[in-house]
Design a protein around this ligand. Structure first.
Ligand code: ZN
Length: 159
């Protein structure tokens, strides 16, 4: 495998340029080279880090894009996203662990949606109640203004 120093990814030996960043500064990948594993949101990155550490795989988290502006058109990318790096020698194991974690998190996902359903319903009720309260307030204000106008008129003897 070859290693791209610029973007820290590995590619096949026959490549002349990094398939990721097109850099031609490739060299043979060494065991301790930190290699890009994947992008992950903060939560996933934290779980992945814990899982890798548990399996005695060293890992590094860096802000995704390393200071480069995140592509704004990509709604999938959050500014808090992390890039996860692992040593080249552990890359295959780390990939397996990451895949297992993603399967596990996907299995958890439907449950989370059910939980999210409740606040959503609650939010609609709150919105409806505040809309009604607003209308009542407007009606009250109109009546109050009317009463005040009537009182002022009587005060000055008009009408
Ligand atoms: Zn590269």
């Amino acid at each position: 495998m070859q290693y791209c120093k610029r973007c820290q990814t590995v590619c096949e030996d026959h490549e002349h340029r990094c398939p990721n960043c097109k850099s031609n500064k490739l060299r043979k990948a060494l065991e301790d080279d930190f290699v890009y594993l994947q992008r992950a949101d903060v939560y996933t990155a934290g779980r992945l880090e814990a899982l890798l550490t548990e399996n005695e795989i060293d890992c590094r988290l860096e802000p995704y894009g390393k200071g480069r502006p995140a592509p704004l058109y990509d709604s999938e990318v959050m500014p808090t996203d992390k890039s996860v790096f692992v040593p080249f020698k552990d890359l295959a194991d780390a990939r397996d662990l990451a895949a297992a974690l993603h399967r596990e998190m996907e299995a958890d996902a439907p449950e989370e949606e059910e939980f999210e359903d409740m606040p959503r319903r609650k939010r609609i009720i709150v919105q409806a109640v505040s809309a009604i309260a607003f209308i009542l307030l407007v009606v009250l204000a109109v009546f109050a203004a009317d009463a005040a106008a009537g009182w002022l008129k009587s005060l000055f003897g008009i009408g």
